[in-house]
Design a binder for this molecule. Structure first.
Ligand SMILES: *Cc1c(COP(=O)(O)O)cnc(C)c1O
Length: 416
C-alpha cells in the first residue's frame, strides 16, 4: 500500500476564503437588494495591456510556420527574455545580474513553494507575521514546521511580528533562523522598507549565515524614492539572497502565468559534510527535472513588458490601481480609521476600530455597507485586530464603496 506524506496531513484546511464565501453567500440571501462590492480580491481585474496582446498574437502566428514553430524550450527560459529581464529590471537600476542566474517560470507562487525542496528538513524557517501563506504551508509540506498549535502558529517556525507598534517593520529575530522569507512591498500590510532598513537584514544574514528568500512581487507598485526595488541594490545581497518576481501584478499575467527567480552563483548553503555549495546548480537540476518551461508565446508576451510601450502599459496599470488605493485610504481616514499601506503597494491595511476583532469588523463592513474585505487574522496571529482591502477593483466600485462609508460618517456613528 502506498504511504502518504504525513506532513500534508498536518496542514489545517484553508478556511479563510471558504469562510468569507460562506458569510457573503448568507448575506446575499438575506439582502438580495444590496449590491456587494468586493474589495478583498487578490487578483487583478484590468485586461492584458495592448503591448502584451500584440506580442502574443505575433508569437502565436509564428507557431503556424515550420521555421517559427517552437517545441520543448529551455527549462530555464529563453535567452531573449532573460536578457530583457537583466537589462530592464536590474541594469536599469544599476544592478548587474547575469542572465544565466535568472530562471523563468510560470509564476512566483510556484517558485516560492518549490524552492524549499533545496533545503534539508532540519532548517529553521522565519516568516513575518502576518504573512503570505505559501511560505509557511510549503515548509509544512517539507516537514520543517513542527506542530500546529490549533490557533495559527507552528512550533518549528520563527515568527517576526509586524504591527502598528513597530510600524509593520519586522525586528531581527532573537533566535537565528537558517532561512528568512521577506515580502516587500508587503502583502498583506502594504509596508515597504527603506534602504537602511533592508540593509540591516542583508547584514544580519551575512553575519549569521542565513539565506533570505526575497519576494518582490509588488516591486512595480513602489512610488516613493529611497525604497529598494530589488534586494540586490543592497551591499552584499548577492551572497545571501534569492529574489522572486512575477509578471502577475504589474502586467496582469495572473491567468497568462510568468515569473522568475534570480539565484546568483554566489549564494551558498551547507551540505551535510560541511562543504559550502552554490544553490544555483541545485535549482537548475530541480527545474530541468521537474519543470518543462514557460510557454514560448508567454515568454514573448513577458518580453514585451520591457518595450517602451510595455513599460507605459505597466505604468498605466499601476497608476490605475494606485488611484484606487488612495481613494480607499482617503475614505477610511475620513471615517476616523487608522490606515496603513496603499502608498507603495496595492494593499490597504487598517486597524479595526474600538477593539473589534478582525471577523467582527468583517461582519460590520459586510452588513452595514455591503463591502467585502479580508480579516487580518487570516494571514497570521499578529493580523488579529487588522483588516485588508485591495486596490484591484474598478474605479467605479471603489468610489462607490467609499461613498457608502462617507455617508455613514465617523466610524463611532456607524450603526453596527
Ligand atoms: C500575487 C503574489 C505572488 C505572485 O504570484 P504568481 O504565482 O506569480 O501569480 C507572489 N507573492 C505574493 C506575496 C503575492 O501576493
Amino acid at each position: 500500500m502506498a504511504q502518504i506524506n504525513d506532513d500534508y496531513l498536518k496542514l489545517p484546511g484553508s478556511y479563510l476564503f471558504a469562510d468569507i464565501a460562506h458569510k457573503v453567500n448568507a448575506f446575499k440571501e438575506n439582502h438580495p437588494e444590496m449590491e456587494l462590492i468586493r474589495l478583498g480580491i487578490g487578483d487583478v481585474t484590468r485586461p492584458l495591456p495592448p503591448s502584451v496582446i500584440k506580442a502574443l498574437h505575433k508569437a502565436v502566428d509564428e507557431q503556424a510556420t515550420a521555421e517559427g514553430f517552437r517545441g520543448y524550450g529551455p527549462e530555464q527560459g529563453y535567452r531573449f527574455l532573460r536578457e530583457a529581464i537583466a537589462q530592464g529590471d536590474f541594469a536599469s537600476r544599476g544592478v548587474e545580474i547575469d542572465p544565466d542566474d535568472i530562471f523563468v517560470s510560470d509564476g512566483a507562487k510556484c517558485d516560492l513553494g518549490n524552492f524549499q525542496e533545496l533545503f534539508g528538513r532540519g532548517n529553521v524557517i522565519a516568516v513575518t507575521d502576518p504573512v503570505y501563506p505559501v511560505y509557511v504551508d510549503s515548509n509544512v509540506m517539507g516537514g520543517r514546521a513542527g506542530t500546529f498549535d490549533g490557533k495559527g502558529s507552528w512550533s518549528g517556525i520563527v515568527y517576526l511580528p509586524c504591527s502598528a507598534e513597530n510600524g509593520f517593520v519586522p525586528s531581527l529575530p532573537l533566535k537565528r533562523p537558517d532561512v528568512i522569507y521577506l515580502c516587500l512591498p508587503n502583502n498583506p500590510t502594504g509596508t515597504a522598507l527603506s534602504r537602511p532598513e533592508l540593509q540591516r537584514w542583508v547584514d544580519y544574514a551575512r553575519g549569521n549565515q542565513c539565506l533570505i528568500l526575497f519576494d518582490a512581487a509588488y516591486e512595480a507598485y513602489i512610488r516613493e524614492d529611497g525604497i529598494p526595488h530589488s534586494i540586490y541594490e543592497l551591499e552584499g545581497a548577492k551572497e545571501v539572497a534569492v529574489e522572486f518576481r512575477s509578471f502577475s501584478k504589474p502586467a496582469g499575467f495572473t491567468g497568462l502565468r510568468c515569473g522568475y527567480v534570480v539565484v546568483p552563483e554566489t549564494v551558498k548553503a551547507r551540505a551535510a559534510d560541511g562543504r559550502m555549495l552554490p544553490l544555483k546548480p541545485l535549482w537548475n537540476r530541480r527545474q530541468t527535472t521537474k519543470y518543462n518551461g514557460c510557454p514560448y508565446i508567454v515568454q514573448r508576451a513577458a518580453e514585451a513588458v520591457y518595450s517602451p510601450e510595455g513599460r507605459q502599459d505597466v505604468r498605466d496599470n499601476v497608476g490605475y490601481y494606485m488611484e484606487n488605493a488612495s481613494t480607499i485610504r482617503g475614505g477610511l481616514q475620513a471615517a476616523g480609521l487608522d490606515v496603513y499601506g496603499g502608498v507603495n503597494a496595492p494593499y490597504i491595511w487598517l486597524k479595526t476600530p474600538g477593539g473589534m476583532d478582525s471577523w467582527r469588523f468583517f461582519e460590520a463592513l459586510l452588513n452595514r455597507f455591503g463591502i467585502v474585505g479580508t480579516p487580518g487574522v487570516g494571514f497570521g496571529p499578529s493580523g488579529e485586530g487588522y483588516f485588508r482591502l485591495t486596490a484591484f477593483g474598478s474605479h467605479e466600485n471603489t468610489r462607490k464603496a467609499m461613498r457608502r462609508i462617507a455617508d455613514a460618517g465617523h466610524w463611532s456613528e456607524w450603526k453596527i
